[in-house]
Design a protein around this ligand. Sequence first.
Ligand code: MF3
Ligand code: CO
Ligand code: CO
Length: 295
Amino acid sequence: MKLKTKTVKIGRNDPCPCGSGLKYKKCCMGKNGSDNQDLETLYAARYGIRLKKEKDIEGIRRAGRLVLETLELVESRIKPGITTDDINTWVHEFTVKNGAVPAPLNYRGFPKSVCVSINEVICHGIPSNRVIEDGDIVNVDVTSILNGYYADANKTFFAGTPGPGAVKIVRIARECLKRGMAMVKPGNTIGDIGWAIQTYAEAQGCSVVREFVGHGVGFEFHEAPQVPHFGQRGSGVPLVPGMVFTIEPMINLGRKELKVLQDNWTAVTRDGSLSAQFEQTLVVTETGVESLTPF
Ligand code: MF3
Ligand code: CO
Ligand code: CO
């Protein structure tokens, strides 16, 4: 999702974000959480984060299984000569056939059911009649809504035989997701995730996209918190059990800067270098992390 830099200020007389129905000043304003608030109320009030209960996690896990099956279907069929619209048709039909809804379709005006991002396209590529060529790297980002629950995952595939730059950026992007996931456990913070990703990517001579971040997910497509793929160790929100969010690093072979094309969606590297991405939906457990879209 797009990085938001504005913070929302809650007025004294606004409804309290913890959902109590009281005015903010009569409820959580000025409280640091040590009062008799449970974690769920505290995280809603302080961060706008909706912690998930076991029944919610099971719902997201089921949506996640469908997302994975969808990615596997695409992987089995992707090859030079097909169009990105073909991928859109496969994803749309498989999703609907399984009783789910493709979340991208009409989301903030997005016109298709899946994002397909080739080579220098960082993310949010719109399926079209573009033909996939030998050596292309193709990111396919699938989000499905099943029984009201959202799961979000993506992978970057090779079409035909990749060149050395393609092999490198796909390997590093996958490793960045893995290293980010390894930081997920109670006691660590959101900032630890970005720190691990940025440190590795830059040590390999690659760069991390700043304008798009991971995000809370489950009840909606994009929820709090934002999950940057860069940053400082120990900064940001402490991770607690029941937090569900994505990690989805976009890693460029060249410089980190991007531009968005005239269609207002397609984000490409400014220097034209290759970009790759992998994404999973994760839940913080008592002891660490569980992927709800495991691959
Ligand atoms: N799936 C993307 C993400 O990981 C968001 C796509 S928004 C869309 O957050 F509208 F382009 F689908
Ligand atoms: Co996402
Ligand atoms: Co996604």
